[in-house]
Design a protein. Structure first.
Length: 148
């Protein structure tokens, strides 16, 4: 089974419309203080990503944490994903954020499509310790391959 930890920058886990609905009434992040300026302390927090709810299907599972589950996380979201060999996370993109991931174990095949309309695409396999980055707006799909 492939285990992935995916961090989605800029609150992109819920993707586009779902994010807009989930973030209504959420306080905006404050500017980073300049050297010597005082700032409000960040509240203590703990969050059990693996204990959170998510989806489970024939191809694997995913558990997510967004500002909804972890209010202090106003500009980042996380997903712990497990894909069985052949399991697929369908083609999707994040209109407002990039995505990066760290592969814990197993092998995952990524397919990335450029949003510029000229047919640029790439397919790569990633294994334990590998990291990928998809820029904002680039379509991407993930497939569990097994082990290398």
């Amino acid at each position: 089974m492939v285990s992935l930890v995916v961090k989605l920058l800029g609150l992109a886990t819920l993707t586009t419309a779902g994010l807009a609905a989930a973030s209504v009434g959420v306080p905006q992040a404050k500017a980073v203080p300049k050297a010597g300026e005082q700032h409000e302390p960040i509240e203590d927090f703990k969050h059990d990503l693996e204990g959170s709810e998510g989806w489970v299907g024939e191809g694997g599972s995913a558990k997510e944490s967004t500002v909804k589950q972890l209010p202090v996380a106003t500009s980042i979201a996380g997903v712990s994903m497990r894909l069985k060999p052949g399991g697929l996370r369908e083609l999707h993109w994040h209109a407002i954020a990039a995505e990066w991931a760290y592969v814990v174990k197993g092998t995952v095949r990524t397919t990335v499509i450029s949003p510029n309309g000229n047919g640029e695409a790439a397919q790569d396999d990633f294994g334990p310790g590998d990291v990928w980055f998809f820029p904002k707006g680039h379509g991407h799909a993930l497939q569990g391959v097994g082990t290398r």
